[in-house]
Design a binder for this molecule. Sequence first.
Ligand SMILES: C[S@@+](CC[C@H](N)C(=O)[O-])C[C@H]1O[C@@H](n2cnc3c(N)ncnc32)[C@H](O)[C@@H]1O
Length: 199
Amino acid sequence: MDASTVSRETMHALQMYHDLLLKWNARINLISKSSIEDVWSRHIWDSAQVVDCVAKAKTWVDLGSGGGMPGIVVAIFAKNIDPDRRVILVESDQRKAAFLRTVIRELSLNARVIVERIEDVAPLRADVVSARALADLSVLLSFAQRHLSAQGTALFMKGQSWEKEVSSAQETWSFDLKAHRSKTSPAAAILEIKEIQRV
Ligand SMILES: C[S@@+](CC[C@H](N)C(=O)[O-])C[C@H]1O[C@@H](n2cnc3c(N)ncnc32)[C@H](O)[C@@H]1O
């Protein structure tokens, strides 16, 4: 996905998000300094890759959203493509949560923020749980098991060590895995995971 394949309305909302991200990043650390020059490819288009991974997802929970990747990007696309999709962002940091609420309000997104630790939030029974740059796969699987519905899908955006993390997680978990190679970072992958069970 890139600017040539996205509607004018979605592009406009993404641009507003981009501008708010850079404005707030001067005060709170939402994205690393090294990625500021390349926010579109490193963060926005990277996050947009998960949007189409699951066709029917009414409740989408993004864990450890930080500056809104990928949860805010998912909510922006949903506004035009699937307005019934509701995105819940779980983020324990109060200042980041304030940023996320500002974006949701200014862009009128169908989303809300829970400012708590993922482990303490009552089970959310989500159709999709996503996470990017949050924790090791084994930890993510325990979060997903808590917050996914029985038929739900987890989408974890992982860096180059994803294969090692999968092998290590398989020692304590069983799950169905489809790995999608990342289009923005060839060594990285989006792990689409279902049927999570502790062994
Ligand atoms: C490294 S950042 C990644 C943020 C974003 N997903 C991204 O890709 O840019 C991890 C975020 O998860 C939040 N976080 C970490 N552990 C958490 C927990 N147990 N419950 C809720 N939020 C958590 C942190 O406050 C931080 O904002």
